[in-house]
Write a protein that binds this ligand. Structure first.
Ligand code: SF4
Length: 151
């Protein structure tokens, strides 16, 4: 299993770096390879232009899920992976059905299979919170982009 950290949606850059350090801790803990994607915040801003005022879980978020999953799918294909999935569905603030639909579509376009899951179910979110406390991980108090910070 390979972890791919690609979150150019996160603002400011220091916050993204902070979260990346936590991803490194997880990779180390579970002995997994971690690949770090580029911080292309300007490109991400361009993708969500016109949706800055959308509410969380609205159209901007759908664009954001797809933006990040597109890069993850391309990376998985490049690495000859069989499966693609995402930790995004662990959050109670994310729409699992939309994420899984986007994931299925992108996986098919890249000759991959998508592991369609809602990781928050069966106490998934509770377990992830407990694990992050156990490992002493930083827990953010906003989704990531500057527009979620203002709300
Ligand atoms: S609120 Fe979160 S999911 Fe929605 S656009 Fe911002 S960073 Fe992306």
């Amino acid at each position: 299993m390979i972890l791919f950290f690609y979150n150019p949606n996160i603002w400011p850059k220091e916050e993204c770096e902070k979260r990346m350090i936590e991803a490194e801790k997880i990779a180390k803990q579970f002995n997994l390879e971690l690949i770090k994607g580029e911080y292309e915040h300007d490109k991400w801003l361009e993708a969500v232009r016109g949706h800055e005022a959308d509410p969380e879980k609205g159209e901007r978020c759908l664009i954001c899920y797809e933006f990040r999953l597109q890069m993850a799918a391309a990376m998985a294909k490049k690495l000859n992976c069989d499966y693609l999935t995402t930790t995004l569905t662990t959050s109670p603030h994310k729409i699992a059905t939309a994420i899984n639909e986007i994931g299925e579509k992108l996986a098919a376009e890249n000759d991959l299979k998508f592991l369609s899951q809602d990781f928050k179910k069966q106490d998934g979110f509770k377990k992830s919170s407990a694990l992050s406390r156990e490992l002493g991980l930083y827990r953010q108090n906003y989704c990531g982009c500057e527009f979620s910070l203002r709300k």
